[in-house]
Design a protein around this ligand. Structure first.
Ligand code: GLY
Length: 320
């Protein structure tokens, strides 16, 4: 039976409404044809390039995340990622990392790990070779070594502590930098994955774990919707599940840009510090749109697609 025109029209309108509701723009969104990688800070550009090259070479999403972040860990970019990162209050680095795969919804994380050159690879081993999601400290190191990851001896802690105490101990932990690589990948078919790696806050107490290895705080990937990553003072992200919040905002129809900004506003409204949070977010969605926002500083971040790789900057959000 032929459907009467008005009914078909209303079906079309409903379909249009649902589609545009899903992508959060009145005109709908053009779905990106190729892959896209977004990551935090200018050092993310090199990581993005590695990730895009990995996808172009036919490697998997998770390979792309791991290879990208390994590049930042390798150069210990900005002294805030990898073994060249910021030492804790006792003078040695304890590293945090996590990785999350959208299609399988698998994830792995390590926290407070010592003497491991590539924490992101250790996190991947946790995801793929254990039945757990997170390992910490000595257990994380032991597991990583069992799986052959590159390491350095950690029997020189006493001398590290001494040299640190002799002149480098930060006076103000909060201000001692909180740069982190959070890297999100969307492949050409719209599948999503991400990872995060950091030495955490300089001068942190030994054993302190920040947002970066915590799913929903430093990183969250939802294959249905999008992904988000965080950098900045972990304590101000993890008390609000910052990246989970952003993904949920995108699920409600916000663009990645609006969702990042809304998360900053939400946290600033609830937190006694207001906008003095020192937090930044990046996000991308299933269709390949991306965004970034920062609470109280300029925030440079890196974006790469096939053939284009750049560093962009957002200003701090305008306080409401
Ligand atoms: N966002 C990194 C940290 O606070 O440890």
């Amino acid at each position: 039976m032929l459907t009467p025109i008005p009914a078909r029209l209303s079906q079309l309108l409903l379909l249009l409404f649902l589609l545009t509701g899903c992508v959060g723009t009145p005109m709908g969104a053009k779905v990106l044809d190729g892959p896209l990688v977004i990551s935090t800070w200018p050092f993310g550009k090199h990581a993005n390039d590695k990730a895009i090259a990995a996808l172009a070479a036919g490697k998997s999403l998770i390979d792309a995340v791991e290879l990208g972040i390994r590049e930042t860990e390798r150069v210990s970019a900005d002294g805030s990622v990898g073994l060249g990162g910021r030492p804790n209050a006792a003078g040695y680095p304890q590293l945090d990392a996590c990785i999350m795969d959208g299609p399988s919804r698998d994830a792995g994380a390590v926290a407070g790990i010592e003497g491991i050159v590539h924490p992101i690879s250790a996190a991947r081993h946790v995801m793929e070779k254990s039945k757990h999601v997170m390992l910490v400290g000595e257990g994380a190191r032991w597991f990583a070594l069992e799986h052959g990851v590159e390491s350095v001896p950690i029997d020189d802690l006493a001398s590290k502590k001494q040299s640190w105490a002799e002149g480098h101990r930060p006076k103000d932990v909060d201000r001692d930098g909180h740069d982190t690589i959070a890297l999100l990948v969307r492949d050409k078919d719209g599948h999503l994955a991400g990872g995060c790696s950091t030495s955490g806050a300089g001068g942190k107490l030994p054993g302190r774990v920040g947002d970066s290895p915590i799913l929903g705080s430093g990183l969250y990937v939802d294959e249905e919707v999008g992904a988000a990553g965080a950098t900045g003072i972990g304590e101000n992200v993890m008390r609000y599940c910052g990246t989970f919040l952003i993904v949920e905002f995108m699920r409600q129809g916000m663009t990645p840009q609006a969702a990042c900004e809304e998360a900053v506003h939400r946290i600033a409204r609830l937190d006694p510090r207001g906008y003095k949070l020192d937090i930044c977010f990046v996000a991308l969605d299933k269709t390949g749109r991306y965004g970034a926002a920062a609470s109280n500083q300029k925030f440079p971040f890196a974006v790469a697609t096939n053939g284009k790789s750049k560093v962009l900057t957002v200003e701090q959000v305008t306080p409401r």
